[in-house]
Design a protein around this ligand. Structure first.
Ligand SMILES: [Fe+2]
Ligand SMILES: [Fe+2]
Length: 374
């Protein structure tokens, strides 16, 4: 993980070189394949074409398109093994043992996984199509589909963008939405619901059929997925309102305001289901413990599993009354924050330096966008 974070930092430093050196043959070759319509050699601002959009709006939409492509890739992997297999979300053939372990959290988990996957796919396709309709450059990450698939029965054998087999899952959203006097935008930090998921590396899908036994092991993998679903979708729930504050054109604002709340609908569902993850210790990794969140030292307002509505909390100023809100929503550095969050969870373990360079570039361009200034 440390290496990855160092890698991300290094790629940030390399970015200014990438921007300056865009006409150099190497950089131009790398970048040309990444962006649908190629690159223009603008001397400042995003190198990509913004067409009839402001550069800032195009940059925000491109970062969101990239985030949605990555989301689709990870949800597709979950769906192939644990979702409903049909023509809406084709590709896998299902893994009955993993699907049954997920069903312990809710009998309809396979349907919800399928529908979340389909939603992400439509977000990705729509945002790119909108960019193209305005003659702005789109995002294409196909050349980074290089990570291995699960070898377990049910998964397609294709290259992936994301890695669901070495996750470090931050479960602090659980308490963040239950505590009434703290807000991450005020610098507050929050307890983990499953402390052992937030350290080490854990599979959220079976890596091979060997992972399907014993029962508590595949259940630990399904529980990991159950919490990861919430972690991912609360991220989307914060990302859209955070970036919306710097959008200029009303139609782009409408897009961001219309997609963002669907991430919250996903999050709310997963927040409810994660509370049904049965307490257990993974027999193949005794460091991984899912606690009983309703009993001491857990339980109470911070952990109780039926407290799934956001607890009103401080917002904007401590002098104002508490309010039920999405948190965090600070806009400064929101795109880079999202990229760091996804990187820190191990989602990109195995990705190339060029991948981090491109994602960093897209995030920095999105964070440079200013409302009304393009
Ligand atoms: Fe999405
Ligand atoms: Fe999402």
């Amino acid at each position: 993980m440390k290496d990855l974070q160092n890698g991300l930092k290094a790629s940030v430093n390399r970015r200014s070189f990438m921007k300056r050196g865009l006409t150099a043959a190497g950089a131009a070759t790398v970048s040309a394949g990444l962006l649908g319509n190629g690159l223009s050699a603008a001397s400042e601002g995003p190198e990509e074409k913004s067409g009839r959009l402001t550069p800032g709006d195009a940059a925000i939409l491109r970062f969101l398109a990239a985030a949605e492509i990555l989301e689709t890739d990870l949800w597709q992997q979950y769906n192939e093994l644990g979702g409903i297999q049909d023509s809406e979300v084709p590709g896998g053939s299902g893994n009955p043992t993993y699907t049954a372990a997920l069903a312990v959290l809710d009998a309809d988990m396979d349907q919800y996984i399928h529908d979340n996957t389909e939603d992400e796919l439509t977000h990705e396709v729509f945002i790119n199509a909108f960019l193209a309709s305005k003659r702005a450059d789109t995002v294409n990450l196909d050349e980074f589909r290089t990570l291995p698939s699960s070898q377990a029965t049910g998964a397609q054998q294709i290259g992936r963008l994301t890695n669901l087999m070495q996750l470090t899952v931050d479960t602090s959203w659980w308490t963040r939405y239950r505590v009434g006097n703290k807000n991450p935008d005020f610098g507050d930090t929050f307890d983990q619901a499953v402390p052992s998921l937030n350290v080490g590396q854990h599979p959220a899908i079976p890596r091979k059929d060997d992972d399907l036994t014993p029962n508590d092991h595949i259940q630990a993998i399904a529980n990991t997925a159950g919490f990861h679903f919430g972690t991912i979708e609360q991220g989307g729930t914060s990302l859209y309102p955070s970036l919306a504050q710097r959008v200029t054109h009303p139609e782009v604002l409408r897009i961001v305001l219309s997609i963002g709340p669907t991430e919250a609908m996903h999050f709310q569902t997963w927040s409810d289901k994660a509370g049904n993850a049965p307490p257990l210790t993974d027999p193949k990794d005794p460091t991984l413990v899912f606690p009983d969140l309703n009993s001491p030292p857990f339980g109470g307002e911070e952990f109780q599993t039926n407290l799934i509505m956001p607890e009103p909390t401080i917002f904007l100023s401590r002098k104002l009354p508490a309010c039920s809100i999405v948190r965090p929503t600070a806009t400064k550095g929101a795109a880079m924050g999202a990229l760091k969050f996804l990187t820190a969870m191990g989602l990109f373990i195995g990705q190339s330096p060029a991948f981090f360079e491109l994602m960093t570039d897209l995030a920095e361009d999105a964070d440079e966008a200013r409302r009304g200034r393009g």
